[in-house]
Design a protein around this ligand. Structure first.
Ligand code: FE
Ligand code: FE
Length: 178
């Protein structure tokens, strides 16, 4: 089989970086929407953590864009899908867990595309971000678990807690969410 040209290989990596960026952009809008909803439902602590996770996704979208620029591509501004508005709290956590699982699965595939095309730097970026998505998934699963086991009792405990992130705007993984 003929070796693909360097330009072709770069193009494939840029393509998966842009697919990943589109997923991040959707996640940012989705999580911001949930953050405002949870805040108005007065579930402060839940709102705070989703806000911090949205900030992580912004960092991911930026990291992907920076790498796309480095490779000579144009970062997309399209979202991968539609944002669901006004979800009840029981819908938010299963759907966010699924979004994180989908991201982990997709990024693992993208990582392989990077390796197949000789780009270990981008592969490493995917590896780092997969680790962070795993932390988001663990958090969403954890909340889901509480909601399933305790339901209203858990929510009653959360009601009225503070939505403040304090001075930290570093996000969930680096800033220390939960
Ligand atoms: Fe992300
Ligand atoms: Fe995530």
């Amino acid at each position: 089989m003929a070796q693909a040209s360097r330009e072709e290989r770069k193009k494939k990596v840029i393509e998966v970086l842009n697919q990943a960026r589109a997923m991040e952009l959707q996640a940012i809008y989705q999580y911001m929407n949930q953050h405002y909803n949870l805040d108005s439902m007065d579930y402060g602590e839940l709102a705070k953590n989703i806000k911090l996770i949205a900030i992580d996704e912004m960092r991911h979208a930026e990291s992907f864009a920076e790498r796309i620029k480095e490779l000579g591509g144009e970062p997309t501004s399209e979202m991968a899908g539609r944002v669901e508005k006004g979800q009840p709290v029981e819908k938010i956590y299963p759907s966010d867990s699924k979004a994180e699982e989908d991201a982990i699965e997709a990024y693992n595939q993208f990582l392989r595309v990077c390796m197949d095309n000789g780009d270990s730097i981008t592969a490493k970026l995917f590896e780092t971000i997969i680790d962070e998505e795993q932390k988001h998934l663990n958090y969403f699963d954890n909340v889901n678990d509480h909601l399933e086991r305790l339901g209203p009792a858990y929510l009653a405990k959360i009601a009225g807690t503070s939505a403040s992130t304090g001075p930290s705007t570093k996000g969930f993984v680096i800033g220390g969410g939960e």
